[in-house]
Design a protein around this ligand. Sequence first.
Ligand SMILES: C[S@@+](CC[C@H](N)C(=O)[O-])C[C@H]1O[C@@H](n2cnc3c(N)ncnc32)[C@H](O)[C@@H]1O
Length: 204
Amino acid sequence: MISKRLQIIGDLVPTNSRVIDVGADHGELEKYISSKVNYVLSIENKVGPYNILLEAVSNLENVKTSLGDGLSILDETIDTIVIAGMGGNLIKKIISKKESELTNVKQIIVDAHKDIELVRRYISSIGFRINKEVLVDENNHYYFVMSFVKGTNDYSDLEYEFGRVINNDLFKEYLKKEAERLEDIYLKSNDENIKHKIERIRSL
Ligand SMILES: C[S@@+](CC[C@H](N)C(=O)[O-])C[C@H]1O[C@@H](n2cnc3c(N)ncnc32)[C@H](O)[C@@H]1O
């Protein structure tokens, strides 16, 4: 069964779109979205996962696979980019290699497992705005699934840092746990940056 996180990512993918999914791995997203989209180009750069992907999508006619790196074979027919389940630095690196070729891309959907602020700021800096953020709680992890469309982002510094998931009990729970986690680190490190981050969380 598809995970809650991947289902949320899949639900953000527009009907009839032409998608590139970087880091497709097990192909679970492809199986979930193939019936509503026109086309999926699934990219995986490691042989083991690629073989699993090949098997998983073998009966999906509109899914094409490639054993390759990032967005290297992005073409002008693709309108939606999905990059999920990686660190923010890697997501930034993958997109930045094709930054000048995103003219026809209408939507970028990302799920960064680390350095989320970096991703929010980076994609916003290249002509996109965040039109949706969903906080997902799965297996004791919190995931921020984010969708970007063309435009200018209006996030405050605090929203870039912590996200915009307004009036959401799960978000409050996440902030409480994040503050507790940072307090533990602060007690051991006396790092003033951590202290200020805790203060910023408490101000929300
Ligand atoms: C943790 S999995 C995430 C799979 C799926 N996207 C998800 O969210 O469940 C990340 C996958 O990205 C692949 N990957 C990492 N860097 C890549 C790159 N530059 N190009 C293509 N695939 C990459 C890895 O091999 C791995 O299979």
